[in-house]
Structure formats: C-alpha cells, structure tokens
Design a protein around this ligand. Structure first.
Ligand code: SF4
Length: 169
C-alpha cells in the first residue's frame, strides 16, 4: 500500500481550501492501491486556515522540540502538527505502508523543501513534520515530483498494474 498526501488525490484540504490534484494519485486511490493522509487536518486544523511554516529548523527538529511551527498570524501550531504526524504514522502502520508520496514544500508533508519560516516565499532544504516522522519509522518518503507510474510500480498489485497503465493512456 502507498501513502499519499490527500491534496494530491484531489481532496480540498489545503490551507486555501483547494487541492493539488495529480491524476495518478487519484487513480491509485480509486484502484485501492493508496490511502491518504492530511496531517494538518488530522491535527485538528480547519480548512481553510492560515498557512504555517517551520521556524528555526525542519520537521525533525520539531519532533525533538528544537523548532516550532507557527502560522501567519503568529500562533504556535506545533502541537497540531505533531498530533497530525502521529495519526498519519498510525495509518501508515495499520496499512503496512512502505512508501509515501507527499506534497513538496508543506511544513507537514514536504520531503526535501520547506519554506524558511518567515512567510517570505523563500524555500530552503528541509523536511516537514509528518514526512520526518514517517521516515524515522522506516517508510520511504518521496516528493510529489517523483510520482510516476514507474516509480510506484513496486507497490502496486500486479493484477492492478494493467489497469493503471490503461488509465494513463
Ligand atoms: S498537510 Fe499535506 S495533505 Fe494536507 S494540505 Fe498540506 S500538503 Fe496536502
């Protein structure tokens, strides 16, 4: 089973009420090959909501208490991000997930890039809170830019693979 950011599958869970739909992600869910998580919503935040960024570190630093997540109004939402990450990990473990494809640049889901914590639009190398926790527990974590049929093939049932190819035509 594959784990996906819910916004990639087309669910309107982003901070602005929209999504980041990726056709392959939606097909993987429809074919029963992926489950979705939205760590921000699972942490108790509403949609739409203020955007948030990690300050003074990355998701791994947040997990050990060395950095925090703050929204654009200056409210500390670290607790919500930690709770959302734990619930996401619980789902991943329940479904025996081996690989996750997550939305890049998010303070929860980013895998290689996050914003710098100053709401300036500037991006830095770093990982989000949920992505970091998943990786710490042995799950392979990839960004959405790596989402392709060939990349997900190891985790797709062989009986379903022809359907995925057909849907891609
Ligand atoms: S937390 Fe992850 S799944 Fe939820 S909207 Fe942000 S990037 Fe998408």
């Amino acid at each position: 089973m594959i784990l996906l950011s819910a916004c990639l599958a087309g669910f309107n869970v982003r901070y602005d009420g929209g999504n980041a739909r990726n056709d392959l992600a939606a097909q993987l869910v429809a074919l029963g090959q992926a489950v979705t998580i939205c760590p921000e919503v699972m942490g108790g935040m509403r949609t739409p909501r203020e955007p948030a960024e990690i300050q003074d570190g990355n998701g791994g630093d947040v997990i050990v208490g060395r950095a925090r997540v703050v929204n654009r109004r200056g409210v500390d939402v670290t607790k919500q991000y930690l709770q959302g990450a734990q619930l996401a990990l619980g789902i991943a473990q329940r479904y025996h997930v081996q690989a996750a494809f997550l939305k890049q640049k998010s303070p929860a889901c980013g895998t290689q890039l996050i914003y710098d914590g100053h709401f300036s639009g500037h991006k830095i190398a770093g990982i989000g809170v949920a992505a970091a926790l998943l990786r710490q527990h042995g799950i392979q974590v990839f960004g959405d830019e790596e989402l392709s049929r060939e990349r997900v093939r190891p985790w797709v049932d062989s009986a379903v693979w022809p359907l995925l190819l057909e849907n891609g035509r």
